[in-house]
Design a protein around this ligand. Structure first.
Ligand SMILES: Nc1ncnc2c1ncn2[C@@H]1O[C@H](COP(=O)(O)OP(=O)(O)OP(=O)(O)O)[C@@H](O)[C@H]1O
Ligand SMILES: [Mg+2]
Length: 256
């Protein structure tokens, strides 16, 4: 059975999508059968995987509304060794349409339950808010990874998010656990980043991934080439860090 990992943080621009794509690519390189699910109406993960607008249909929107089944939505990331269920702006409408359905937080789980046995890992990229889509991802996943940028406001909002997660664990999804917090866009020459990193260590202990993702321009360039950084420049510091993160993820999920 696949280990289902959601990458979430209500804060925007912290590296959720970059982490989703490169973690999926790195797990793929480790020989793990991996599916990336783009659950954000911005569709950033889909375009970053080289799927043009036409190739990217049917989407997760069609799947959530029951118009197609999961197998019909699965595409191969053009340059990388993983599968993807794409998304586009249609998904904005789903945020409202799903609210009208029964057991609305379990729609993603019901839609994907039939294909989880085909994969070792399912990685879900989520939007920068705690909306019905994020709730669906958290109701389906067993592992949560929170990417955090080591900035002044980084810890703000995390307590609220952790509370929501414990509520979800207590009500709909007892399997859900925090797999880890990962520091993104990290610059060790920045003293504030080092200070925030120390606070994260104190608060999260072994739930803070040992690997941190450095600020690396190759990670920002790769999406415009329609591929992960691991494919675009395997030797850059960002790619090496995501490979190391994937090894940590594989080890931690085996232990749990
Ligand atoms: N380690 C990094 N080094 C350099 N640039 C990065 C790094 N990680 C992410 N970026 C860049 O920072 C921006 C935000 O990253 P990303 O899109 O992954 O964040 P996000 O959390 O998914 O954003 P949103 O909340 O809008 O979905 C992007 O332009 C991305 O290319
Ligand atoms: Mg994103």
């Amino acid at each position: 059975m696949a280990n289902i990992i959601v990458i979430a943080n209500q804060k925007g621009g912290v590296g959720k999508t970059t982490t989703s794509i490169n973690l999926a690519a790195a797990l793929g390189q480790l020989g793990k059968k991996t599916l990336l699910v783009d659950l954000d109406s911005q569709g950033n993960a889909s375009s970053a995987c080289g799927l043009s607008h036409d190739q990217a249909t049917p989407t997760i929107y069609d799947l959530l509304l029951g118009e197609v089944d999961a197998s019909q939505c699965i595409k191969r990331a053009a340059e990388d060794g993983f599968d993807i269920i794409p998304s586009n702006r249609d998904l904005m409408a789903a945020e409202i349409q799903l609210l009208e359905l029964e057991e609305r937080e379990l729609i993603l789980k019901k839609a994907l339950d039939g294909i989880t046995s085909r994969y070792d890992f399912i990685v879900i990229d989520s939007p920068p808010s705690m909306n019905i889509l994020t709730l669906n991802a958290l109701s389906f996943a067993e592992s949560l990874i929170i990417p955090v940028q080591c900035e002044y406001y980084a810890l703000e909002g995390m307590t609220g998010m952790l509370e929501s997660i414990y509520q979800i664990k207590d009500s709909v999804n007892p399997k859900l656990d925090l797999l880890g917090v990962v520091r993104t866009m990290y610059d060790s020459r920045n003293s504030l980043a080092v200070e925030v990193s120390a606070q994260l260590k104190k608060y999260f202990h072994d739930k803070l991934f040992w690997t941190f993702i450095p600020r690396n321009v190759r990670l920002a360039e790769a999406p415009s080439h329609g591929m992960s950084a691991l494919k675009y420049d395997p030797n850059c510091s960002g790619s090496k860090a995501y490979l190391s993160l994937a090894k940590e993820v594989a080890k931690k999920t085996m232990e749990s």
